[in-house]
Design a protein around this ligand. Structure first.
Ligand code: ZN
Length: 517
């Protein structure tokens, strides 16, 4: 059926403060806004609240299954890129430049049938290499179109190409697989992976869940571009990062299946991949600054979400004075129907739980969540952490951004907030700059780390502090960076030796009693 493929609905003005009609505002979604309840999937898992929640330490993580296996043995005897907190993650010798992802999701059975083609540059010569995967059913692996030998040993897919790959060579790996829509509990105390919901699904990969549904180089040190083709039954909209290129009735399958194609043209880590399915409308608008806005909300929520569409350009306009121009080519907000008690900074379109927003009130919680995830677009997405130990470069900065906006909107006084949280820091638990795997998303990294940034601001003064943040983003967008890189830039911008400052505030478990004056 060719008719009614694209439905474009004018839903109203999104650009804050704009009073003339704006033909650039449109919404597109699946034709059917209701989904049969007859074949509802299993009850969804609960996602623990992320931001600002201190997660108690858990028991030690299990040893990596690899390289204890007897065969095959990798040249460098290691399956990971050397992240001390997550030794399995990432794959030595690989620089993935692009993921071409083709997924068919069957919501009623919770199964994903996938094919991914990775464009890779070999950074060393490779007789064998690994990709991260956990629990996938791998059907075939091609390297440059030729069948390759492979072994699946969770959490790795070990691939032996028919001919060795030379250092510096560009090659393509194509993997065909199936996956159950499942989640894993990470040692960081959060749940990650592919979450079925009542009306569809969402991904929340941080820190190590992408590998449960996508064979990948699942480490933030390796950023790549992406193309997503999401095949779904009639009535479901597929949403992913970037730009909606097309939504068409699939030619290769009968029965009303539709394929949604999205392109993510800017470098991105695997942990911020967004794939949503459900009765969504995609709402496109242009902010007064000219920035493209692409939101995704349930069609039934289009009106009630308007206050949150409206405040988004206001928040961007506030932050760009301090952090520099919005660093990505687009932004938006997405609202899952899933039981999601937190929020996630999916690149270019942050994810929130609809339940926190559906009454339409723009209060403290909504301002907090919206500003925090927006702040991550500068801190975490434009500039990504090189190792999970560098997580404060994400969370402390996003929390600081959140405090700035909460002060701007009259909800808090930033210095009071920082002072109260400094008092809470006197516990000798973990350092913001070295939280260990159990506290990646704990108090010391969130509010306790925003305290560190307030101390830095008071030490450097506003001019140098915001010059530092702007330089950090301007110089490093598209890259993954370490804490040491940040410290070096702080010393360059200030012309000071800040060794003692960072020892006292970032790497200490017991902080000074009072802020510098
Ligand atoms: Zn955050």
């Amino acid at each position: 059926m060719a008719s009614g493929i694209h439905i474009w609905i004018v839903v109203g003005l999104l650009a804050a403060g704009c009073s003339s009609s704006d033909p650039g505002v449109k919404a597109v979604g699946a034709e059917k806004s209701s989904v049969s309840q007859e074949s509802a999937p299993d009850p969804e898992p609960t996602v623990p609240t992320g931001p600002a929640v201190s997660v108690p330490p858990t028991t030690a993580q299990p040893d990596p299954a690899f390289p204890e296996t007897t065969e095959p043995v990798l040249p460098n005897d290691s399956s990971g890129v050397g992240d001390e907190l997550f030794p399995d993650l990432g794959n030595p010798g690989l620089d993935v430049t692009h993921y071409d992802i083709d997924l068919s999701y069957a919501p009623e059975v919770g199964m994903i049938a996938g094919r991914v083609e990775l464009s890779i540059t070999a950074t060393v010569s490779l007789e064998q290499f690994t990709l991260d995967q956990l629990g996938l059913d791998i059907e075939s692996v091609l390297v440059d179109g030729s069948e390759a030998t492979f072994t699946v040993t969770d959490p790795e897919l070990i691939i032996t190409p028919s001919r060795p790959i030379e250092m510096g060579a560009n090659f393509a790996v194509s993997v065909v697989y199936t996956a159950g829509a499942t989640t894993i509990g990470s040692s960081a105390g959060v749940t990650a992976g592919w979450f079925p919901t009542e009306l569809g699904s969402f991904t929340l990969n941080e820190p190590d869940g992408a590998r449960t549904w996508l064979p990948s180089n699942d480490h933030p040190s390796d950023k790549a571009t992406y193309r997503f083709a999401i095949h779904l039954p009639d009535g479901y909209t597929g949403v992913a990062n970037g730009d909606l290129v097309s939504s068409e009735v699939s030619s290769d399958v009968t029965g009303g299946e539709r394929v949604w194609i999205w392109e993510q043209a800017e470098p991105m880590t695997t942990y911020v991949i967004q794939v949503l399915t459900g009765p969504f409308s995609v709402v496109e608008a242009t902010a007064p600054s000219g920035l493209l806005l692409t939101h995704a909300v349930l069609t039934e929520d289009l009106e009630v979400m308007q206050p949150f569409f409206d405040v988004t350009p206001e928040q961007i306009d506030f932050f760009d004075d301090f952090f520099g121009p919005f660093p990505l080519d687009r932004y938006g907000i997405a609202m899952t129907d899933g039981n999601f008690g937190g929020a996630m900074e999916h690149q270019g379109r942050s994810l929130f739980g609809r339940a926190d927003f559906v009454n339409g009130t723009l209060g403290y919680l909504q301002q907090l969540l919206l500003s925090h995830e927006l702040g991550h677009q500068w801190f975490g997405n434009a500039v990504s952490p090189a190792r999970w130990r560098d997580i404060w470069l994400n969370e402390s900065f996003a929390t600081y951004a959140e405090w700035m906006w909460l002060e701007q909107t009259g909800h808090i006084d930033l210095l009071d907030e920082a002072t109260n949280n400094l008092a809470r820091r006197q516990d000798g638990y973990v350092a913001t700059g070295d939280p260990g795997p159990n506290d990646l998303f704990g108090f010391e990294v969130y509010a306790g780390g925003a305290v560190v940034l307030e101390a830095l601001r008071l030490t450097l003064g506003d001019d140098q502090f915001f010059e530092l943040l702007q330089r950090w983003v301007a110089d490093n967008t598209g890259l993954s960076r370490t804490t040491e890189d940040f410290i070096a830039l702080a010393e360059e911008v200030s012309g000071r030796d800040l060794t003692q400052f960072f020892a006292d505030w970032l790497f200490a478990t017991d902080l000074p009693d009072v802020f510098p004056t």
